[in-house]
Design a binder for this molecule. Sequence first.
Ligand SMILES: Cc1cc2nc3c(=O)[nH]c(=O)nc-3n(C[C@H](O)[C@H](O)[C@H](O)COP(=O)(O)OP(=O)(O)OC[C@H]3O[C@@H](n4cnc5c(N)ncnc54)[C@H](O)[C@@H]3O)c2cc1C
Length: 389
Amino acid sequence: MTKQAAASEIVIVGGGIYGASLAYELAQAGKTVTLLETDDIAAGASGGSGERGVRANSRDLRELPIATASFPLWAKYQAQFEGGVGYRRIGGLHLFNIPHGAHEHEVRGTMEAMAMVQNALGIPSELLNREQTLEREPELSGDLIGSVYCPNDGVCDHSFATRAFASQARKAGANLRTGARVTEILHNKGRATGVKLTSGQIVPVGEKLVLLANTGVLPLLKPVLQPQEIMPVIMQIPQMMFVTNPRGKKINHLLGHAHRKLSVKQVKDGTLMLSGGQSVAYTPEGHWKGSLSSTALGLTDAIATLPFIDECSFLKVDASRVESCAVDGIPIVDTLAALSNTIYGFAWTGHGFAIALGFTKYLTDWIVGGEKPQALDVFSAKRFRQASH
Ligand SMILES: Cc1cc2nc3c(=O)[nH]c(=O)nc-3n(C[C@H](O)[C@H](O)[C@H](O)COP(=O)(O)OP(=O)(O)OC[C@H]3O[C@@H](n4cnc5c(N)ncnc54)[C@H](O)[C@@H]3O)c2cc1C
């Protein structure tokens, strides 16, 4: 007779930055934790080449309180973990020009309003004119009128950070199982009692089941969702491009742009990573290698912003990491009506890395303390339901 494995108090599905950092925090808090990952740690959106922007600048205002909680934690773990988490606080500039047909006073008004509200919500933000911006970033082009500068923004080697949290979680006693695909949630009397793996094995759930499997959350939720629990979520693949830097130009900050789908980072070897919003549609048949139209649009925006990029050589395009995206652009973090002990978080919509540690802090408070923190209310799936009269 085979002995039934003892249930971990907490079972987490997904070994990205969310699952790995939550496994660490909960193990540190004394919980028994099992994390199940279908592939390997950082096999999804939290892995791959380049760096992720750790940015509050120009973020959806509803996410700023989470960014405020998250940023000190990036700095804390960079200092605390041996070898750090690959985080660098380099400051961020959100750039403005006057797009065709726009009025200058409107653009300047937008810049001022953005700096004002970000400051009010706890994100230090400074309005810089054209000269002040060029002093910080001399390679920018002539059509620039100014920027909003956030000194606390930065970048992070996301794959390294995710693996660092996974390794620390193991050290703290969590059981991280890779090659373990969850196919079904088992439940009884309104509670998740276990999850079934492709192998047929059942992993029992003690106190809580936490679904942090990004693109894998919706397929697991579907059989247990109530008709009123609507999830307007699509899958997208943000595209990244990499170019050489033959004349050794220096980009000092994380750059974003108000009117162009552009984010620029200079990675450690000096080459440039160009991303920021051009996406490739996801098809279940397979991943694209990248789209020519997204490449053309991304490069045009990059060269208009940093003219020296026209002299760089193209290194590669990468559109291999799928991300779940909500129709209103902010994540969905909630519990299920049918299963009171199940929490899920997904639909990070292409900007979930920076705020991961803030969400992890609140998820830890929820699981350990028993009360859902108010800070998470705005991310509830209830926002997609009509109020009943
Ligand atoms: C190209 C790109 C650029 C980005 N740039 C930025 C940026 O600059 N700044 C920023 O803040 N954010 C950025 N993001 C978003 C950010 O990377 C993601 O929001 C974040 O990494 C999501 O983390 P996660 O742990 O939820 O998901 P993932 O890292 O995708 O982890 C989920 C894991 O679940 C596993 N899984 C799925 N289904 C199952 C199952 N059934 N059973 C077991 N395991 C399962 C997957 O294999 C995966 O490893 C970017 C994303 C991409 C793709």
